[in-house]
Ligand binder design. Structure first.
Ligand code: THU
Length: 130
């Protein structure tokens, strides 16, 4: 799958987003090392602290299916700016795949590409614990 196809797949998840409080739908597509793609969307809650981001939805879906290593992630939104992954998502992804490629898109399906290490320099991970 091309990078653009992964981004476009993440866009299909915007319609599944449950974001009545922020009105900011987010979609994600996370490609496992086995080639399987796990999709996700943000799911909000009246108790705001219980909201979960699209990337973490995709990640916990993957982990619960037995996949623990990842190649690429696409994160998309409907905003003119790129839909940057939040700090909590960067941290949770770093646990499993610090060398993940992250494709971050704007509403026009244009994307920029970073490694997770670039987005979370000097990250705290399992190796840090020794
Ligand atoms: N959101 C994500 O889904 N991913 C991120 O990395 C940033 C934020 C969601 C959470 C919330 O539902 C909405 O965007 C506004 O913060």
């Amino acid at each position: 799958m091309t990078d653009q196809a992964l981004v476009d797949l993440a866009f299909t998840m915007l319609s599944r987003s449950y974001a009545p409080y922020s009105n900011f739908p987010v979609g994600a597509a996370l490609e496992g090392a086995d080639g399987v793609v796990y999709t996700g969307c943000n799911v909000e809650n009246a108790a705001y602290g219980s909201c979960i981001c699209a990337e973490r939805t995709a990640l916990v879906k993957a982990i619960s299916e037995g996949c623990r290593s990842f190649r690429r992630l696409a994160v998309v939104g409907n905003s003119p700016d790129y839909c940057w992954p939040c700090g909590s998502c960067r941290q949770m992804l770093y646990e499993f795949s610090p060398d993940l490629e992250v494709l971050v898109a704007n509403k026009d399906h244009q994307f920029v590409k970073y490694t997770l290490r670039q987005l979370l320099p000097c990250g705290f991970g399992p190796d840090t614990l020794g």
